[in-house]
Design a protein around this ligand. Structure first.
Ligand code: NAI
Length: 334
């Protein structure tokens, strides 16, 4: 089944032969407010695959906005990457199309799209979130994840100062999260494929582990902050954590892995709830004219807590509850 048969509000193709630009813009929903979503540049095999990914990511943004309490919806741009792509021209062209949408869609960073690319988009539109303007986006993400881990620890009846957290990936988010946890008195184990990053983190109190040991490390919370799909059938069996709560998108390889984790009694803070700090910072900058404060971002903790409590009450995995809550809010608000 093609993505075109799914529900969405608007889709368009941005195509310009001289620049080698082919991109698909999808607005999934603007029922609660303008759509938010970044530009993903990836070597998609064709327009159909790019559109399918844009649709999927846009739908996820709709749910994420509803769960974060942002009066907005989801959109996404998928730009097909290839060696002859005139990157600057392509991003400018996307900016021109975003401008034409007249504020129905705000775009921003995603995989493959950095500051220089967004500067090209900004030449043609103001409907773009740029870290130079709204500030470092990894910080609010780390702050939201820290608050979410706090909510998880409360449910485990454990103080942060008595907790051990194992972080996979000490990049922009993971290293900030590690520093916050250490400040709060937690023991932090971590792994990264980049040995230099791991060595730097050791200086501020992180205990390094070989990468292949991090998923199965004995700890209270496993915090994936590197890749998606890290919780697959094998990982569910290897986990020795009581909870999984981290920044990575699409943590669960398949829905079945979430169910298996639930059956093993491992709490899971759904990624779409816990990693919304950057979305809050960017969206509220556009909607309210000021970036979200640290206090506002810390409300992610309460949102994670609500989902975990309802999951327990209804005996349904938290990621299933999260989708249910988002859909309820979207239909109530529409
Ligand atoms: P980053 O690229 O700065 O850091 C990722 C880190 O993971 C790097 O240090 C890298 O060496 C390490 N890594 C890569 N593969 C690994 C592996 N197989 N095992 C162990 N470590 C590995 O990315 P960033 O910005 O810190 O994001 C982390 C995750 O959080 C990503 O999944 C991202 O999609 C997600 N996320 C980030 C947001 C942000 O504001 N930066 C917002 C929402 C989600």
């Amino acid at each position: 089944m093609s993505w075109l048969e799914h529900e969405f509000e608007h889709a368009e193709i941005v195509r310009e032969a001289a620049a080698g630009c082919v991109a698909v813009i999808v607005l999934h929903s603007t029922r609660l407010g303008p759509a938010f979503g970044g530009i993903r540049r990836w070597a998609y095999p064709g327009v159909e695959a790019a559109g399918a990914d844009a649709w999927c990511l846009a739908e996820a943004m709709t749910l994420k906005c509803a769960l974060a309490g942002v009066p907005g919806g989801g959109g996404k741009v998928a730009l097909i990457d290839h060696p002859r792509l005139d990157r600057a021209a392509a991003y400018e062209m996307i900016g021109a199309r975003v401008e034409r949408l007249g504020g129905r869609f705000f775009t921003g960073p995603d995989v493959g799209t950095g500051s220089d690319d967004l500067a090209c988009v900004a030449r043609r539109t103001g409907y773009v979130t740029r870290p130079e303007v709204v500030g470092d986006l990894a910080e609010p993400t780390a702050h939201g994840v820290f608050a979410g881990i706090g909510a998880v620890l409360e449910r485990l009846e454990l103080a942060c100062s008595d907790a051990t957290v194992a972080i996979q990936g000490l990049g922009a988010v993971g290293s900030r999260l590690a520093a916050k946890l250490i400040d709060a008195g937690a023991r932090v184990l971590a792994a990264d494929v980049d040995a230099e990053r791991l060595a730097r983190a050791r200086e501020f109190g992180v205990e390094p582990l070989p990468n292949e040991e991090i998923v199965g490390a004995p700890c209270d919370v496993f915090a994936p902050c590197a890749l998606g799909g890290v919780i697959d059938a094998g990982a569910v069996q290897r986990l020795r954590a009581r909870a999984v709560a981290g920044a990575a998108n699409n943590v669960l390889a398949t829905p079945a892995d979430g169910h298996a984790m639930w059956r093993r009694g491992i709490l899971y803070a759904p990624d779409c709830v816990i990693n919304a700090g950057a979305l809050l910072r960017g969206a509220l900058h556009h909607l309210e004219g000021v970036p979200a404060s640290a206090e506002r971002i810390a409300t992610i903790g309460a949102r994670v807590g609500e989902i975990l409590d309802r999951a327990r009450r209804e005996n349904v995995p938290p990621e299933v509850i999260a989708v249910r809550v988002a859909r309820e809010r979207i239909s109530a608000g529409s």
